[in-house]
Design a protein around this ligand. Sequence first.
Ligand code: PAF
Length: 304
Amino acid sequence: MSKSMSASRERRDDGANHPQVARTIPEIRELLAAAPGKAGAVTGLVPTMGSLHEGHLSLARRAVEECDTSVLSIFINPIQFGVSEDFDSYPADIDGDLELAASAGIDLVFAPSAAEMYPPGFETSIDAGSVAEGLCGQSRPGHFQGVATVVAKLFNIIRPGRAYFGQKDAQQLAVVRRMARDLDYEVEIVACPTVRDSDGLALSSRNAYLSAEEREQAIVLFEALSLARKAVESGETSAARVKRMMRKRIAENYLVEYEYARIADPDTIQPVEKITGGPVLLAVAATIGSARLIDNVIATPPGG
Ligand code: PAF
């Protein structure tokens, strides 16, 4: 980021450089227009709903490292939550998030209100097609439409050359890739590895809902995926058998309410029946207490 812009950043008591914060679309556009203008300068975008954890920060650090200007958006997007979902209780901590964004070296934070993103009369939405239908699309109708719509708006507002998404949300990643390709966005979608706690639980803002006992039992998701990956990598070709294996393992933990264990093509999210080709996505979802958690791994069959 240019010296003049860095110098104008807020300096707080901790002495760290804090990102400039834009709350409106004209404000973020103005800050971006003042960013380094050398030919080919790349803006990196990390879209988030806040409540930042190490998973988000791994994306943020990569954007800072690889791009001339890094933007992290914080917006709890109402249109991607179903009526009975956790929109009202979704964790929010803007001050904590700004500290963390600063620690990652982020230049600009875009934290708009719902009224800024969806003014009265807003009606357009993006349907990502079949990639949005399987896995979580079945139990969360409209969710990926809400994700694709807000991501499209963020791409139009920020105009990033690169946008960073976690592999943890594998279907979201596939939806965003499909949308960017189909609608000719000039943005490289960068997939970043899932960040896990030391016992393997994938980091998620929703882990904050878990009690100590639920947290202990939640590890079963990664255990089931690890068993299944080992089976696929050892040559198991029957998706039905691998799914049964995951389901059985998940059901062993009594606080975990199984939702699905599926095997899909990582790009199209279409179900795979026979695991004989290239890498497959192993994906699980379950509810533990009030937290609906998802996780996935990629498994490559021998010779795949
Ligand atoms: O992954 C998320 O946090 C959200 O789905 C995203 C991509 C920021 C869109 O609201």
